[in-house]
Write a protein that binds this ligand. Structure first.
Ligand SMILES: [Zn+2]
Length: 361
């Protein structure tokens, strides 16, 4: 009996040593990329498309704690990427959009328990109006005391691409700028936070809008999935992995949290917003790599990939993309690290056939 207990103890110690060794190896491994996680509600009684249950969120945090991840505040990651400082492998940043009150009620205590920093992108009009379901400025200030970063998500959470027909492009950009500068000012007035980090409402943007927002001095964050590096950050709409009840599978979370950017040298595509039944051609030029590139499209599964040369790939769906927001997600296995993938996503926006905008689900 004693012998068996001793053997069990030895196994446990060995297991712990192996875990510690793996962890130490990861900690020593420095890289130039990270992953930004995006959540909205952490609740069970809010819309499924923007909610993750507190139970699954707690599981995400446990995985980050137990499986060798480093959780950084967003400003630390931005600084590191911008100044080419190396980052511990498996570093993630946690972000929440919209400033729903379940973040202060449900998510913040769990994050505090783990000592994890996080960012909230705030749409300030809802807070100013004290709209039920949103945090108050007092609650946001309490999060700041807990170490949260408070950032910009416009004043009214408008669709930035939906310019009314009777409004000119210049006037519309002025409206958008007032929305973004106005939110930045309200956040600074109420909390002293002033980062000029901006999350695009609905993750929607096009090239002209990203260019304008960047020229106004903001660093943009999107909702197209994928890991982030310096060039993706500089693209003006850094990728983030969105999570909701449809992505509650923990194996999926592990793949996303541990993902790396594609070794992308060049990307070309026909546009951002479409008004007809298109099958967009995405061309990806990759650095020399091992493993096979796979791409998937929303609602269509695996997408055919044509290899135009050793490192140039053309990705194109068989059937037109659906009306609304959809994506091509491309992955490539990480050489020598089973279970890890390079991940890159391209978002498409297709209006309805009569040129009108689709309703939000
Ligand atoms: Zn939002």
């Amino acid at each position: 009996m004693v012998k068996r207990a001793f053997a069990a103890l030895l196994c446990l110690v060995n297991g712990l040593l192996i875990t510690v060794n793996v962890w130490a190896e990861n900690a020593a491994n420095r890289v130039n990329h990270a992953v930004i996680l995006q959540y909205h509600h952490i609740a069970t009684d809010t819309p499924a498309s923007t909610s993750l249950s507190p139970k699954v969120f707690a599981q995400h945090l446990d995985i980050l704690k137990q499986e060798g991840y480093t959780v950084w505040p967003l400003p630390k990651l931005v600084r590191a990427l911008q100044s080419d400082q190396l980052i511990p492998d498996r570093t993630v940043v946690i972000t929440f959009d919209d400033a729903y009150d379940d973040i202060v009620l449900q998510a913040a205590p769990m994050l505090k328990k783990h000592g994890f920093p996080f960012t909230v992108f705030v749409s300030t009009d809802f807070v100013d109006r004290r709209q039920p379901g949103y945090m108050t400025w007092d609650q946001l200030r309490s999060l700041k005391k807990q170490g949260a970063t408070l950032a910009n998500h416009t004043r009214s959470h408008l669709h930035l691409l939906r310019r009314p027909e009777d409004v000119g492009q210049k006037q519309w950009l002025q409206t958008v700028r007032e929305e973004i500068d106005g939110a930045e000012q309200r956040i600074e007035d109420e909390t002293g936070e002033h980062w000029r980090y901006f999350a695009y409402p609905y993750g929607e943007a096009d090239e002209a809008l990203i260019k304008a927002v960047t020229a106004w001095g903001y660093l943009g964050f999107g909702q197209q999935s994928g890991a982030v590096n310096k060039s993706l950050l500089r693209s003006g709409m850094a990728p983030r992995f969105p999570f909701n009840q449809s992505y509650k599978d923990l194996a999926d979370f592990r793949i996303k949290a541990s993902s790396m950017p594609l070794p992308l040298l060049k990307e070309s595509f026909p546009g951002w917003v479409f008004e007809d039944a298109v099958k967009p051609e995405l061309k990806l030029t990759l650095a020399p790599h091992r493993g096979k590139l796979s791409c998937y499209a929303s609602g269509q599964g695996s997408v055919p990939i044509q290899s135009l040369s050793d490192n140039l790939f053309m990705v194109q769906v068989d059937k037109p993309i659906p009306v609304g927001r959809s994506r091509y997600n491309c992955t490539l296995p990480v050489a020598g690290q089973p279970g890890r993938y390079h991940w890159h996503s391209r978002m498409w926006i297709r209006k309805r056939d009569d040129g009108s905008w689709y309703p939000e689900p």
